[in-house]
Design a protein around this ligand. Structure first.
Ligand SMILES: Nc1ncnc2c1ncn2[C@@H]1O[C@H](COP(=O)(O)OP(=O)(O)O)[C@@H](O)[C@H]1O
Ligand SMILES: [Mg+2]
Length: 398
């Protein structure tokens, strides 16, 4: 598979992988076995690559489409070294891959984006410090790691806030809303007094995201912004385009470019944004990989977010981020839809302008992302109502 052997690569080479390209026919590896790895793998195969997965889950969605799948712990140094010797470049599909995996991998092959970015985003405090350091706007925030910081943050918070654990939060897990600083201590206790970040509550009018890619040559490609609607803190529906005023759009582009360059991303980055009533923007959080809100690009854009990740990781030129045609929307399919038995696939597929994507997960649990539906329409709203209608048809037993 790989075209290099271990002996010829020394530690020193870890910094000289820069510029190495992987032409089609080579093998791209991914750490993480979920749906994002699966869609990366499908995109890689479309471009003629072989695809290898390293995951601690034997039967994950990515392994189903892989040429080669390794199941081992993310800190199993020997297994990681052996895996990366069989690939030409490697990326990751979720943030909580232990940094050690990236460090070991980088001794052998290019890791794109670099493992140091994982280290930054694995901790909300570091992530926010990084964003602020780049001059990017975030909500006011305070560290809450000990009693003293807890008192200081409680006193400084101007109104309501959101307390978030610094590590391992996703889909709203590890978060507590508070109405004022007086509730901070109790909220922190309920999070087990884990290291946290307190954020001022943002009175946003809408949540949007921007997905962008940066190639090995420094070229940047930015998708149009997506409008996101959450249910129970889990992304429910994404719509595009979200046409913003020129100033706001300019700010979104500036933020995307600054973040890609400032964090030296080679790969795909999603930035979750809060849109405020006056048209200003705050960064909520970043994910250095394709994002759930970008799934609709697979059906509606010239180059989807996964193919751009493949191109960036392989050192190929990025593809156009333009939408091909009509407005589009995506609705997530959570395990809840399986509660009364197998969903009615035929009913959804019979609807026009609708695509069904399933991740091949064996067990449908409540809140688990099992797949998504994309749809097009004359307006983003019409596309969204089609995607929602197709989803509703899955469980219509009448
Ligand atoms: N400071 C904030 N003010 C208002 N709402 C927030 C704030 N932070 C998070 N939220 C809400 O909670 C959701 C989840 O928070 P986020 O930081 O994105 O964590 P996760 O890692 O779970 O996605 C956001 O999409 C938003 O709806
Ligand atoms: Mg989020």
């Amino acid at each position: 598979m790989g075209d290099h052997d271990m002996e010829s690569i020394s530690m020193q080479d870890a910094t000289t992988h820069d510029g190495r390209k992987v032409p089609p026919g080579g093998t791209l590896g991914v750490f993480g076995g979920g749906q994002l790895g699966r869609m990366f793998g499908i995109a890689a195969r479309r471009l003629g690559y072989r695809f290898a997965v390293f995951s601690d889950d034997k039967d994950g969605p990515a392994s189903h489409v892989a040429d080669h799948a390794v199941c081992a712990a993310y800190d199993d140094e020997e297994a990681i070294a052996s895996f990366v010797r069989g690939v030409d470049a490697v990326t990751f599909e979720f943030e909580n891959v232990p940094a050690i995996a990236g460090e070991i991998a980088s001794k052998y092959v290019p890791v794109r984006p670099a493992g140091s970015l994982l280290h930054t985003v694995q901790n909300r405090q570091r992530e926010k410090d990084g964003l602020t350091g780049l001059g990017l706007p975030v909500a006011e925030y305070w560290p809450v790691r000990n009693e003293g910081e807890c008192r200081a943050a409680a006193a400084a918070l101007p109104g309501g806030g959101v307390l978030k654990t610094a590590s391992f939060g996703y889909d709203g897990k590890g978060q507590k809303r508070i109405a004022s600083g007086m509730e901070l201590e109790g909220a922190w206790e309920s999070l087990g007094k884990a290291p946290c970040v307190l954020e001022a509550l943002v009175p946003f009018v809408e949540e949007i995201s921007v997905v962008a890619a940066r190639g090995q040559d420094g070229a940047i490609a930015v998708y149009e912004p997506f409008s996101n609607h959450h249910e129970n803190h889990i992304l429910d529906v994404t719509m595009c385009p979200r046409v913003l005023g020129p100033e706001t759009q300019g700010e979104v582009d500036r933020i995307a470019r600054r973040a890609l360059e400032g964090f030296d991303v080679v790969g795909v980055l999603c930035i979750e944004l809060f849109l405020l009533a006056d048209g200003s923007i705050l960064v909520n959080e970043i994910a250095p990989r394709p994002h759930n809100s970008g799934h609709l690009t697979v059906d509606s854009h010239v180059t989807c977010q996964f193919q751009n990740q493949v191109r960036a990781v392989a050192g190929l030129p990025l593809g156009s981020t333009e939408r091909i045609g009509r407005p589009a929307a995506m609705a997530n399919l959570l395990g809840d839809l399986w509660a009364d038995g197998e969903p009615n696939w035929a009913a959804a597929l019979a609807m026009p302008g609708v695509w069904l994507h399933l991740y091949g997960k064996a067990e449908a649990r409540k809140g688990r992302k099992m797949g998504h539906i994309t749809a097009v329409g004359d307006t983003p709203e019409e596309a969204a109502s089609r995607a929602r209608a197709a989803r509703a048809a899955l469980v219509d037993r009448s």
